[in-house]
Ligand binder design. Structure first.
Ligand code: 9PG
Length: 657
C-alpha cells in the first residue's frame, strides 16, 4: 500500500518517491512566519503552529494534520489551514501554505480552472525558459506530482470548491520545485479565525486512478451529490456547422435529418440550437427575425420530433449594445479601477462575433433586480419555451475576477459565492432539465450541472493552440478522470462531414474515436443526412446503446514510453465492456498523434491483459494476435480501434508499468 506520511522531525511529507519539505505560511502572498512551528499532538494527528510577524504580528498560522481514508483503500493526510488572531478589519486576499522543496519531481499537473484554460503536465525546467507561457506556473483546485525516479504519483487538492477559488503557484527552486497553495479569501469579512477548506495529500501507485480517487473525495464532500446519470448526453448542436448563420429554416432542415438518422438507429437524444438566435448578449428574451415564429414553436417542433430541445445562453454576459445594458446600466459588475463597467471581452476591430457590441460586461447577480431578471429568463425558457437542455457558456466571466478588480452591488462575498448564486438559481429555475456548463469552472458546479466542457472549441484544422485538434488531445486525457464521477465530460462536438474542413480522413476518424470512446457527451453539428456511408457506422459505434460510460488512459503521465524526451505521441485508450453482448471484450484504441508513422509492440501485461483469443478492428476485420504484445503500425494521426475478446478481462489486475 502506498502511503503518505508526515515526518515530525523534518516537518516534511514523504511519499515512497517524493518528499515535500520546508512548510511556510503565506498571507496575502507574503511569507510572514517567525521561525519554525511549534508541533503538538492532537486527538487525531498533529498541530503545527507558527507565530506570524509583518502585517499580521500577533496572529498565528496553524496546520491541523490528520489521516484520512481514501475511497478504494489506503490513507492520505487531510490538512486544515487556519489563521488565528488576525485583527478584524485586516484585509485578506489570500492565505495558504508554501512548500519550499519538493524533490524528485519529473512533472506536475497544471490544472486549469475552467473549460478553456487547459490541464497538462509541466516539467519544472519549462518554467525557467524565457517567454514561457505564464499559465504553466499557475494551476487551480488540485495538482499531481509525478516522480523523476520511481512510480506512482502524489495528489494534492482541495475537497470543496463551492466557496473559494484555490490557486497553486509553481516555481523552480534549484533542483527542486516550490509551490504556493492558496485559498483566495477575496476580502470577505472575518472576526479573527479564518479557515480553509480541507486540503488532501496522498500517494498512489497510479496516475489516472489517483486523480479518480481525488474526484471521489470531491464527490463525497460536495454539498450537492454529483449528477451522474446512466444516460449519456448525445445529439446535435448547431454551432460547428451553421455557426451564427442559423435560421428557422436551416434548423428545421437539420432537425429532419437528425430525425431520419435517429429513426435509422442512431442514439441521438438532444437537439440543441447554439448561439445566433438572440440579437445581443443579455437580451435573452428577444429573438432575431430569422426565427419568425419565435423559439417556443421551434422547440415544440424539436420535442415533437422526439428530441430533448436545447438552447445556448451566456447568462453572465451583457453586451454594451444590448437593451438590457441601455435600460439597466447598474446591473453589471463595475471595474474597481475607474468605476465603469468591467469589460470581460472586447471586440474593437472588424470582427464583432456576429453581433453589434464592442464590449461584453458581467451581469451582477448580486443585484436583486438583475437576479430576478436572469431567473425570469431561465424560467421562461424552461417552462414557457419548453427548453429541456441548457448549454450555459462563458461561465468563467463570473469566476475570473476577485474584489481587487470587480465591484459587485453586494460586497462581502467571494467570487465563487457570487458564481454559485448564478449556478444555484439556474438549477432552481430549470428543475430537472439537462445542463452543460461551457467555458465553466470545472469543479465548482458539481451536483448542479450534468456535464462540463473539458477543453477548447473544436476547429477544422489539426495544428495550433486554438480551435484545433491538438489542444483536445491534451485536455481530454488529463480531465477524463472526472467523467462519470463528478459529471459527464464533454470533449466538444465531433466533426464528421466530408467537406469544408482541413482534416484528413485519418484525422477525422481518429478524433471521432478519441472523443466518442470517452463515454461522456457526444454531439455533432454536421448534417446527419450528409454523413457519408463509411462514417455512419463509426458514429453508430460511438453512440452505442446510449448508456454513459468511461475509458482509461493507461499511459497517462507515463514517461517510460516517450520518444527522445518528447511526450509520447501514442495515446492509448481502453474501454472495458462488462455488460450486455460485449461482456468479456475490451476496446483498445491506439491513436498515433505524431506527424510520422510508428511501429510499436505493447506488452500485454502493460495493458493489464493476457493475450486475447481474438482481435478485430472496429469494422470487424480480424487481426493477427502476437503472443508478446499488441503490435501497432500506425500512419501519421491514424488510430487503431481494436476489439479484444477473451472472456476473462474483467477484474484483470494491471501490471506495473
Ligand atoms: C458560440 C460558441 C459555441 C462554442 C463555445 C463558445 O471570443 N470569441 O469570439 C469566442 C467565440 C466563440 C467561442 C468562444 C470565444 O466559443 O465554446 O461551443 O457555443 O461559444 O458563440
Amino acid at each position: 500500500m502506498t502511503t503518505m506520511r508526515f515526518d515530525l522531525e523534518e516537518i516534511a511529507f514523504h511519499s515512497p518517491t517524493i518528499r515535500l519539505a520546508g512548510l511556510r505560511p503565506l498571507v496575502n502572498g507574503e511569507l510572514i512566519a517567525a521561525g519554525d512551528p511549534a508541533v503538538s499532538a492532537t486527538e487525531e494527528g498533529w498541530r503545527l503552529a507558527w507565530e506570524l510577524n509583518g502585517p499580521a504580528t500577533g496572529a498565528g498560522f496553524v496546520l491541523e494534520l490528520k489521516a484520512c481514508e481514501l475511497p478504494g483503500g489506503g490513507e492520505g493526510l487531510e490538512i486544515g489551514c487556519h489563521l488565528t488572531g488576525i485583527q478584524t478589519g485586516t484585509v485578506i486576499d489570500s492565505f495558504g501554505l508554501r512548500i519550499e522543496a519538493i524533490d524528485n519531481v519529473r512533472a506536475y499537473l497544471r490544472s486549469g480552472y475552467f473549460s478553456w484554460d487547459g490541464s497538462f503536465y509541466v516539467e519544472p525546467q519549462q518554467l525557467g525558459v524565457a517567454g514561457a507561457d505564464p499559465k504553466l506556473a499557475t494551476g487551480y483546485a488540485l495538482s499531481q506530482l509525478l516522480p523523476e525516479s520511481g512510480e506512482g504519483s502524489v495528489v494534492i487538492g482541495f475537497l470543496r470548491h463551492d466557496r473559494f477559488q484555490h490557486r497553486f503557484r509553481f516555481e523552480p527552486q534549484g533542483a527542486s520545485l516550490a509551490v504556493a497553495i492558496e485559498t483566495l479569501w477575496d476580502r470577505i469579512p472575518h472576526d479573527g479565525p479564518l479557515q480553509s477548506e480541507p486540503l488532501v495529500i496522498f500517494a498512489h501507485a497510479g496516475a489516472e486512478e489517483a486523480l479518480r480517487v481525488w474526484a471521489r473525495l470531491v464527490a463525497a464532500a460536495s454539498p450537492h451529490p454529483p449528477r451522474v446519470s446512466e444516460k449519456r448526453i448525445t445529439g446535435w448542436c448547431s454551432w460547428y456547422n451553421l455557426y451564427a448563420a442559423i435560421t428557422e429554416e436551416n434548423i428545421l432542415e437539420h432537425l429532419e435529418a437528425a430525425r431520419g438518422a435517429r429513426d435509422g438507429g442512431l442514439r441521438l437524444r438532444v437537439f440543441q440550437i447554439d448561439d445566433g438566435f438572440t440579437p445581443e448578449m443579455g437580451d435573452w428574451l428577444d429573438v432575431k427575425p430569422q426565427f419568425p415564429r419565435g423559439m417556443k414553436a421551434l422547440l415544440a417542433d424539436i420535442e415533437a420530433a422526439g428530441f430533448v430541445p436545447g438552447l445556448w445562453i451566456a447568462p453572465f454576459l451583457v453586451g454594451n449594445r444590448s437593451r438590457l445594458f441601455r435600460e439597466h446600466p447598474d446591473w453589471v459588475v463595475r471595474d474597481r479601477d475607474g468605476g465603469g463597467p468591467l469589460a470581460y471581452m472586447t471586440f474593437y476591430g472588424e470582427f464583432r462575433w456576429h453581433k453589434r457590441s464592442e464590449e461584453y460586461y458581467v451581469l451582477d447577480v448580486t443585484h436583486p433586480e438583475a437576479e430576478a431578471y436572469i431567473r425570469d429568463v431561465f424560467r421562461t425558457w424552461r417552462h414557457d419555451w419548453g427548453c429541456r437542455y441548457f448549454k450555459t457558456d462563458f461561465m468563467n466571466a463570473g469566476s475570473d475576477y476577485g474584489p481587487d478588480r470587480a465591484v459587485w452591488r453586494e460586497a462581502g462575498l467571494t467570487r465563487i459565492e457570487v458564481w454559485m448564486r448564478m449556478a444555484r438559481l439556474i438549477r432552481e429555475e430549470i428543475g430537472d432539465a439537462l445542463w452543460l456548463g461551457c467555458g465553466s469552472p470545472l469543479f465548482v458546479p458539481v451536483g448542479l450541472v450534468d456535464a462540463v466542457r473539458i477543453g477548447r472549441d473544436i476547429g477544422v484544422k489539426w495544428a495550433g493552440a486554438d480551435r484545433s485538434a491538438q489542444s483536445l488531445l491534451r485536455d481530454q486525457t488529463t480531465r477524463n478522470f472526472a467523467n462519470g464521477i463528478l459529471w459527464q465530460s464533454d470533449p466538444d462536438c465531433v466533426l464528421l462531414r466530408d467537406r469544408f474542413h482541413h482534416l484528413t480522413e485519418a484525422q477525422v476518424e481518429s478524433l471521432a474515436l478519441f472523443a466518442g470512446l470517452a463515454g461522456g457527451v457526444l454531439m455533432t453539428s454536421d448534417h446527419l443526412g450528409e454523413i457519408s456511408p463509411n462514417r455512419r457506422p463509426l458514429l453508430a459505434l460511438l453512440l452505442g446503446d446510449g448508456v454513459a460510460g468511461n475509458c482509461d488512459f493507461p499511459f497517462l503521465g507515463d514517461a517510460s514510453a516517450s520518444e527522445a524526451g518528447a511526450a509520447d505521441p501514442l495515446i492509448l485508450q481502453q474501454v472495458g465492456q462488462n455488460s450486455g453482448a460485449a461482456r468479456g471484450s475490451m476496446v483498445v484504441n491506439a491513436f498515433n498523434t505524431a506527424d510520422h508513422a510508428i511501429d510499436r509492440r505493447i506488452p500485454w501485461a502493460r495493458l493489464g491483459l493476457s493475450p486475447p483469443s481474438s482481435i478485430r478492428d472496429w469494422r470487424g476485420e480480424p487481426l493477427e494476435i502476437e503472443p508478446t504484445g499488441l503490435r501497432l503500425q500506425l500512419g501519421p494521426h491514424e488510430s487503431a480501434c481494436l476489439i479484444l475478446e477473451n472472456g476473462s478481462f474483467s477484474g484483470v489486475e494491471k501490471a506495473p508499468a
